[in-house]
Unconditional design. Sequence first.
Lengths: 127, 490, 444
Amino acid sequence: MTPDDRKYTKSHEWVKVEDDIAVVGITDHAQESLGDITFVELPSVGESVDARSECAVIESVKAASDILTPVAGEITEVNNSLEDSPEMINESAYEDGWIFKLRDFDEDEVEALLDADQYEASLRKDD
Amino acid sequence: MAVIFEKSVPGRHGVSLPDCDVPEGVEIPDTLRRRADAELPELSELDAVRHFTELSRLNFGVDTGFYPLGSCTMKYNPKALEVIAGLEGFSDLHPFLPQLRHGGMLTQGALQVMHELEHALCEIAGMDAFTLHPMAGAHGELTGMMLIAAYHRHKGNRKTEVLIPDEAHGTNPSSAAIAGYDVRPMPTDTRTGMLDVGALESMLSDNTAAIMLTNPNTLGIFNRDIEQVVEIAHRRDALVYYDGANLNAILGKFRPGDVGIDVMHVNVHKTFATPHGGGGPGAGPVGVRENLEPFLPVSRVVKRPDNTYTLDYNRPLSIGYVAPFYGNFSICLRAYAYLMLMGAQGLIEVSENAVLNANYVMNALKDVYELPYDTVCMHEFVLSARRQAEQGVHALDIAKALIDRGFHPPTVYFPLIVKEALMIEPTETESKETLDAFIAAMRAIAEQAGSDPDALRKAPRSTSVSRPDETRAAKTMDFRWDEPFREKGG
Amino acid sequence: MSYVANTAEQQVAMLKACGARSVDDFFSVIPEAARPRSFALPGPKSEMEVIERFRQIASRNYSHLTCFLGGGFYDHYIPAAVAALASRSEFYTAYTPYQPELSQGTLQAIYEYQTDICRLTGMDVANASMYDGGTALCEACQMALHATGRTRIVLDGGINPVYHKMLDSYTANLSIDFAQTDIRTGPADRAALYDALDDRTAAVIVQNPNFFGVADDVSDIVEHCRQRGILTILSVYPTALAFLKTPGEMGVDITVGEGQPLGIPLAFGGPYLGFMATTRKLVRRMPGRLVGRTADREGREAFVLTLQAREQHIRREKSTSNICTNEGLCALRAHIYLSLMGKEGFKRVAELCHAKARYAMDRLKAVSGIEVLDEHPFFNEFVVRLPMDAGEAAGVLVEQGLAPGLPLGRFYPDMTNLLLVAVTEKRTKRDIGMLAESLEAALR
């Protein structure tokens, strides 16, 4: 089930707005196709990032995937527990497996992203 | 089996060394010395011999059995090459000797080998000049990219990108990026399995420094548009790099230089039968057209009118040093000996039989495995295990099941553009009997995928280990014995 | 002979199975216009003839000279068992161990080799090999540039000039700024190095012993750099590590070196063995293959290639390096060599080298006209000044069967009278006496 409380990108990131903070992670579909995640390279707190720029790298045994931030902003927090437990993304892609948080983002930019239905439709098209 | 450090017995010696015939003593101040001796194992010579012999028995090489690892050309390596490489006149030759006197008069034999091999490679590839310095195929690619950059810099061109087909070996984009270029992948035409020429034309710009091609490509398909591709690139002053990884298919049938290829490398450990060594060493000589010759690495071997050889270091346009000396000399030496054993006709037979063997196996398997590009293949071909995957048996399971039947698996999951890829390269040195046995095994596995998929997923059963836990390896990061990083997992 | 197994009859049967009349059918995809314009090669010759021909060619090489040449590449003794074991074809006709079940031999050997390198260098983790010491140094620079996000590299003047040239070539097309301190035959000039540092500096490269043979402790340089966020790269001579303070003890970030002295023949320049070791912190920036220990699904100990997501076959243009084929067999040789030598034997080799080099220095010092430059601690290599062009002197000694050392004028125009002399355990007291006497005669 794709949660409908957030927005999505075609490259399988999600972004969820909580007050003035945007939380970013990858979708369940993404974690499943990567397989067992073994390492996450996190961005630096305080860094300003452009929309669609590479902010993190997720490694599994057979693949490495760049995580693009869905929207521009400033990194306020990263999920440090992924350093020791990268598998949290496999286990809880939408909650405990979040990757980083942004502030100073543009709400309109978030609005323009895919909703849960559109994202699921994009997955079906890929198959 | 136990690691060698567990077998160590304090006080045991594995080697005898001469008595010291000069005054003993270490005159190095304590402040410069290590606190404790390096903990190397203490073994008798026999202990060590048993350990490494036992390790070797856990390995599978071409000499053990059929090794159809696609893209790697695992052909038989004639033993004569080892005898030649072991001649003391070659193996004990110090690479700084040419610095002692008259640019190489002490190493005329070695320079002669280098010079003659360069000429032979020029003839095989249709190129104007070769350097033997690159120490592996990927190193050749990097050298090639450096040559291309030097060429453009010399012309005053400002070009920043390299176009590479999406089916290419991973080393291609990596080499181009390390040489400072942006990489843009070009799509493969999904109907033909060849480069999409229309896409190439639309992507090519004045900013394109080069395109990199493998022909036959990693699908084992020869691109008949190659001349057109070269011409399109040259129109924009983009150079064409030819990855010689698949040269085994085309010896005496096609020479990259004849269609205007500008730069290429040859993997001598593949095509010219020098052993792969469990991952190397190889050698990746690079050939160029005349206009790029001035940029080749220093030094160059030159033959003088009196038939002696010398090393030329005075080359102002050269890209400089890519290797400390003259490349992996002793690998190149083996390659030259191989060429001399074969002659021109022998090399033609190599490619004809490599291609015949590949087509024979492909035709015998294409009814049970999906063949995404059903056309004549060259020295290798790519099957897809999609049908078997629907039964829950993946390419990896097929690979592991082959192990139990006595074969080394093909390359799996490459090229990336074919799902469930099985890339099979039989090589010319394999007999029909071996190929028939392999075909029978592959067909039996396909049948078992329907009847007993579970058994395949449990393969291999005949080996000392089965499907090591790679996730655990990546997480625990245990890279050395004794004091490993074992805080996590394990 | 083409080593093709199939008989003409078998080939016909196989063609038929493919629905082809002749092999030409397969090659018809190659346009006529693109067919070879020529294909003339020497041979074919029989195995007997080819071996004889190469014997003759080999005899034209002066490989028999009594060798005092070093400069980073040394004539050490190689125990017979090294070649005997490394040439087992289960090792040498295999390839990269992608299928762990069929490669436990290679994988475990490389894991053990990684352990050797860690124990020699005192570093956390070593990779499975690079092409040679020079390319390893170039890769170490890339690591440092990426890890720090900076653009400048500072080299100490004591670095091997060949490696300096390689660094220049590899970075010609990149926006990297190199600085090198003045070349002098003594230890690293701290003041000059520190002067060259700025906030764009990613790394400092030092060599120990340096090109002129001087042994040093660079802990102070490492500390100075660390305070400025600069990494230290140390290039080392593995045999010297039997005595010398380890890079790990000095706090170095990346250690590289040429593994040729560890049981690999000189072979006119290759194949050799680049080794590289680093700290745990930088492991993901490290290029090349890595073998890890894990367990299989029945809990049995097993070895696999790991952290492959850094590598070109997965990460393509974003990989840490483009290296694919490495020097696996040379790493195996080094590991066999170190296992045979063992803890005591390895140290003994170093003691012999050092004692003989000291003796050689004393003998040469006693020759009228030969001057030993300022005496610094050294391992097995040192510089002497001759009262004539060292290249000319070397030319004379070659006639007497001696390669007396490396004339430094070849690399540094202001050092034409300097000779770099290396002594290994293979040189006897008599060899060294001959060197001194021949030089004395040449100088007369």
